[in-house]
Write a protein that binds this ligand. Structure first.
Ligand code: ARG
Length: 436
């Protein structure tokens, strides 16, 4: 008989039983489930809803389950319906009658919501720490490349000279916002659903503030129906992770480009690249490609969960059992990506000479040339026209703005003097922008 076989008689259809089961994936919340039950039982004892002796027996029983799971003498029963029924049944098997009192004033609806919030809070905190590791790695790389001049791009066309520190600094900003998005999400999900019961609270004189604080939540959820029926904290987590993955994916794409022979701006040490089974010369940036590829998978989990939630009437619906695989896989995927990406970012070798040479080709200082004329009194639009004509001239003669003679410059405008060469120097261009 099922633990929830209230009005039912007879056994459930085996096909439904298998279909219904979530133990295969929610077993990973066993620690949180036991933690939640410990807090709930302590509160029941404290409030006189169950006896102190029963509360103590439940506590001892739950601790013994934890210990046996940890030392391997107890295995999760794969035929249990879910982690909550598994723990409760195992507890009752161990301590008898007192175990049957654990579920007083509680429903699996507030239980699963509490477990999942606890799990998500701690998993997100761990991910945020991992992300901070990547931010620190980037900090170090930025420091080493404050004076490395490279082309900055728009439309993937060389645009203006920048420094590698500015480029890496942009990555850093993106990821720092991801960190703060995670912190926001953690703050908002920091409310305890326990005590919401199935949906309408409970008639027992429970102390929701006590359970919330024992579990490390800031406060109990304000509304019992909301507490059991929303998974916006899952959606918010998946959104934050999806945005993070767009950032990692864009960084990965740039590393892939930079490592191509066409760019040659960077190279990956052998430990971070793979070879080809047929082409002996190949060195492939697999880590980056996988990070780029796995972003799609995380977005998929966000989309799937949004679609799963959007039509649900209040309060709990079994549809919500589908939140877990999506969330867990997204958390695992992002963690694996960070684990591979961070040491790779520490090890990637930048080719300063190639970057400097690329910045010297393609008239990246043409804007500075126009600005030179503006500073001498010309309206920008006219200065822009003259600089454009100069670029055309240079391109036709196979010259650059740095090599063109002053005589040629003065044919375009008498405002040009010898100081134009100093001004066009790429290091000076980035310096004037405060980048060096
Ligand atoms: N395994 C369920 C889930 O993940 C637990 C909650 C079950 N509640 C219920 N009323 N059937 O959502």
């Amino acid at each position: 008989m099922k633990l929830w076989a209230g009005r039912a008689s007879g056994d459930i259809n085996p096909a439904l039983e298998a279909f219904n089961r979530s133990i295969g994936f929610d077993a990973r919340m066993v620690k949180e489930d036991i933690q939640g039950s410990l807090a709930h039982a302590a509160m029941l004892g404290e409030c006189g809803i169950i006896s102190k002796e029963d509360a103590k027996m439940i506590e001892t029983g739950l601790h013994s389950i934890s210990a046996d799971l940890a030392n391997g003498s107890l295995a999760i029963d794969p035929s249990a319906e879910d982690v909550h029924t598994f723990v409760e049944a195992e507890l009752t098997r161990r301590i008898g009658g007192a175990g049957k009192r654990l579920h007083t004033g509680r429903s699996r609806n507030d239980q699963v919501a509490a477990d999942l919030r606890l799990y998500t809070k701690s998993a997100l905190s761990a991910l945020r720490e991992q992300l901070k590791g990547l931010l620190e790695t980037l900090d170090a790389r930025i420091e080493g490349h404050r004076a490395t001049v490279m082309p900055g791009y728009t439309h993937l066309q060389r645009a203006q000279p920048v420094t590698l520190a500015l480029h890496l600094g942009a990555w850093h900003e993106m990821l720092a916002r991801d960190c703060s998005r995670m912190e926001d999400a953690i703050r908002r999900m920091d409310e305890c659903p326990l005590g919401a019961g199935a949906l309408a609270g409970t008639t027992y004189p429970i102390d929701r503030t006590m359970t919330a604080s024992v579990l490390g939540f800031a406060r109990p959820c304000a509304n019992t129906m909301d507490a059991v029926s929303d998974r916006d904290f899952v959606l918010e987590t998946l959104s934050a992770l999806s945005i993070l993955m767009t950032h990692l994916s864009r960084m990965a794409e740039e590393v892939i480009l930079w490592c191509s022979s066409e760019f040659g701006f960077a190279a990956l040490p052998d430990a971070f690249a793979t070879g080809s089974s047929i082409m002996p010369q190949k060195k492939n940036p697999d880590i980056c490609e996988l990070v780029r590829g796995k972003s799609g998978r995380v977005f998929g989990h966000l989309m799937g969960t949004l679609a799963m939630m959007k039509g649900l009437p209040l309060a709990y619906n079994k549809d919500m059992q589908e939140d877990k695989e999506a969330l867990f896989d997204a958390l695992d995927t992002v963690s694996a990506c960070l684990e591979a990406f961070t040491p790779m970012m520490a090890a990637i070798v930048f080719n300063k000479d190639r970057m400097r040479a690329a910045a010297a080709e393609g008239f990246l200082n043409a804007t500075d040339c126009a600005d030179y004329l503006v500073k001498k009194g010309l309206p920008f639009r006219e200065a822009y026209g003259i600089a454009g004509a100069l670029v055309r001239d240079c391109a036709e003669r196979g010259e650059t703005l740095e090599t063109l003679s002053i005589g040629e410059y003065r044919k375009h405008s008498v405002l040009f003097n010898e100081d134009i060469y100093e001004l066009l120097n790429l290091e000076n261009c980035v310096k004037r922008r405060g980048l060096l």
